[in-house]
Design a protein around this ligand. Structure first.
Ligand SMILES: C[S@@+](CC[C@H](N)C(=O)[O-])C[C@H]1O[C@@H](n2cnc3c(N)ncnc32)[C@H](O)[C@@H]1O
Length: 209
């Protein structure tokens, strides 16, 4: 299933058609949705196993997508001013180092055409108070490497497995505004919203200079 907020964004903002790039596309569910919606899609992810699965999935859906293994902080194979729309769902939060985030935003600005929209949804926007309210007073902030129980969907229902916490970054709105602006983007819309299944997220719609 595609990300509901992306579906709503296309409905409400009607971004111009043409080439779209999905940064950190994972196994490709949103890239496939974008291709089925009429875009010419490039999906980039650093994980070869995710790209392999995305290619298989696109074949099953009978859509053509240029899935590439690549690092969204260094897109040397992609020309300047190439895409009409950028999409990033949960990839920037994987960069706890602000220099990596700046490198990505500068690359996004370079490969997007002038006035292209950049749709961005970043997980981990909840506050400590909300986490305590949801999980109880013995809730402690996660530590990188620690194993925590997580529910995953499997055929016929859900299953709980233990997964290690990986380094990530939970933004606050002012930081997002500052970091997008520092790379030359203008923020057209910014909202903190509760989503299913990603929890509390920051959604940004930015315009390329
Ligand atoms: C939280 S997942 C989201 C995946 C997908 N957008 C989705 O919503 O299903 C973040 C993705 O970012 C990818 N990623 C992390 N660092 C990256 C980098 N430097 N370049 C490209 N992809 C990266 C990860 O491999 C992962 O697939």
């Amino acid at each position: 299933m595609p990300t509901e907020e992306l579906v709503n964004f296309l409905d409400e903002w009607k971004p111009r058609e043409g080439r779209v790039v999905e940064f950190g596309c994972g196994e490709g569910r949103d890239s496939i949705f974008l291709a089925l919606s009429g875009y010419e899609v490039t999906g980039i992810d650093i994980a070869p196993s995710a790209i392999e699965r995305a290619r298989e999935w696109a074949r099953e859906e009978d859509v053509e997508i240029d899935f590439q293994v690549g690092d969204v902080t260094a897109l040397s194979g992609i020309p300047d001013n190439h895409f009409d729309l950028g999409v990033n769902i949960g990839c920037l939060q994987m960069f706890p180092d602000p220099e990596d985030r700046a490198r990505h935003l500068n690359e996004a600005r370079r490969v997007l055409k002038p006035s292209a929209l950049y749709f961005f949804l970043n997980m981990g926007g909840g506050t400590r108070g909300e986490a305590v309210e949801r999980f109880g007073h013995d809730w402690t902030p996660p530590i990188v490497g620690e194993l925590r129980p997580r529910k995953i969907m499997v055929e016929g229902g859900e299953k709980e497995i233990m997964l290690p916490i990986i380094a990530g970054y939970g933004f606050q709105g002012e930081e997002l505004e500052r970091e997008f602006s520092a790379s030359g983007f203008t923020i057209a819309d910014i909202q903190r919203k509760k989503t299913r299944p990603h929890g509390t997220c920051w959604q940004v719609i930015a315009v390329c200079p």
